[in-house]
Design a protein around this ligand. Structure first.
Ligand SMILES: *[C@@H]1O[C@H](CO)[C@@H](O)[C@H](O)[C@H]1NC(C)=O
Ligand SMILES: *[C@@H]1O[C@H](CO)[C@@H](O)[C@H](O)[C@H]1NC(C)=O
Ligand SMILES: *[C@@H]1O[C@H](CO)[C@@H](O)[C@H](O)[C@H]1NC(C)=O
Length: 314
């Protein structure tokens, strides 16, 4: 009897230890997310590419560290980075979707991620605004965008049927979903959009993504949030990273619900990155790769600037 209970206790003990190990084994609490750079067109700064600091702060806010993914590296260098980081954020901006260094790097990561995820190696990708458009191009291999009247406005999201049960939104608090659906807190600044009609008419996109939300520009309904069906790939035509960090445009919402919403967006994607176990081959390589090696420049004081701060790379 005594032996039995001791064995029983031991079993419970082993069970708990095992469970604890399993849990920590399946979550990487030190996620490092790559943020893709793009061509710097402004002649005000000397440098060839940049990353807006708001994307970096957005990911850091939710517990990730950031590594810049510079443009025009070799395929080999991108493969090595891919195996070192736990996800990629493809930001908004103005680069060419097909021929830019941004587009070429995005394509390499997209193809590596499709292959890795197909083999059970989790690697999430997020596209924001131009990054969303880049995902639509990479999946369909076609330029399917249309001009819309959406270059500077905040909108509430129109949720599609069932999208509150999507991976992205199912963990959101009820009040955040309510704000997203009823208050103009998602910032849009894009000349081009993927109309719902173009999405529905394209078999590749239809088979690959679920449309979680749409929006209207007054005339046309366009896709505003997507989630891939079989891959941890996500995109928003709107900007979840701006609310707390960008102040240069009057249409960026800074209300309490806008700030709270962006946290849950970042939290979702960083939790996706916590499912990836890629790592740098050494602490030294990691330290030399992190964004902390660079200092952001204050650009918000320049007339017409889109961003408060950007990182510039030579
Ligand atoms: C990167 O490559 C693109 C396209 O090949 C080119 O237009 C751009 O000038 C290059 N930028 C740098 C920094 O090398
Ligand atoms: C574009 O939308 C704005 C409101 O966001 C509206 O004031 C303007 O008239 C629209 N322009 C066109 C060409 O439809
Ligand atoms: C979504 O649900 C609403 C209300 O139940 C229904 O009227 C509408 O037809 C549905 N739309 C689609 C595309 O299934």
């Amino acid at each position: 009897m005594k032996l039995l209970s001791a064995t029983f206790l031991l079993m419970i003990h082993i069970g708990c230890t095992f469970a604890a190990v399993l849990v920590s084994d399946h979550r990487n609490d030190e996620p490092i997310v790559g943020v893709l750079a793009q061509e710097l067109s402004s002649s005000r700064h000397s440098g060839s590419s940049y990353i807006a600091a708001s994307y970096v702060k957005y990911l850091e806010m939710a517990g990730a560290r950031v590594v810049p993914v510079k443009i025009n590296l070799t395929k080999k260098e991108y493969e090595s980075l891919f195996n070192s980081i736990n996800g990629l954020l493809i930001p908004g901006g103005g680069a060419n979707l097909i021929s830019s260094g941004y587009a070429k790097a995005a394509k390499i990561f997209y193809e590596l991620a499709v292959k890795a995820n197909s083999q059970g190696d989790y690697f999430p990708i997020w596209g924001t605004c131009l990054g969303f458009e880049e995902l639509s191009y990479l999946t369909s291999k076609k330029f399917l965008l249309s001009k819309t009247n959406t270059t500077g406005l905040a909108l509430p999201l129109i949720f599609t049927n069932g999208s509150r049960e999507s991976r992205m939104f199912k963990g959101f608090p009820e009040d955040v979903l309510r704000s997203l659906a009823s208050e103009p807190i998602t910032e849009n600044s894009h000349e081009w959009s993927l109309t719902l009609e173009s999405f529905n008419n394209n078999k590749e996109l239809r088979n690959f993504y679920d449309v979680l939300t749409t929006n209207m520009d007054g005339n046309v309904e366009f896709v505003s949030t997507i989630e891939a069906k079989e891959f941890p790939f996500y995109g928003t035509q709107w900007h979840p990273e701006k609310n707390a960090y960008e102040w240069t445009k009057p249409y960026i919402p800074h209300s309490p619900s806008a700030i709270k919403m962006m946290f849950f967006m970042a939290d979702f994607f960083v939790n996706e990155a916590r499912k990836s176990f890629h790592r740098f081959s050494s602490e030294k390589e990691k330290a030399e790769s992190l964004i902390y090696n660079y200092s952001p420049v204050y650009t918000g004081k320049n007339p017409g600037s889109t961003f408060e701060q950007i990182y510039i790379f030579t």
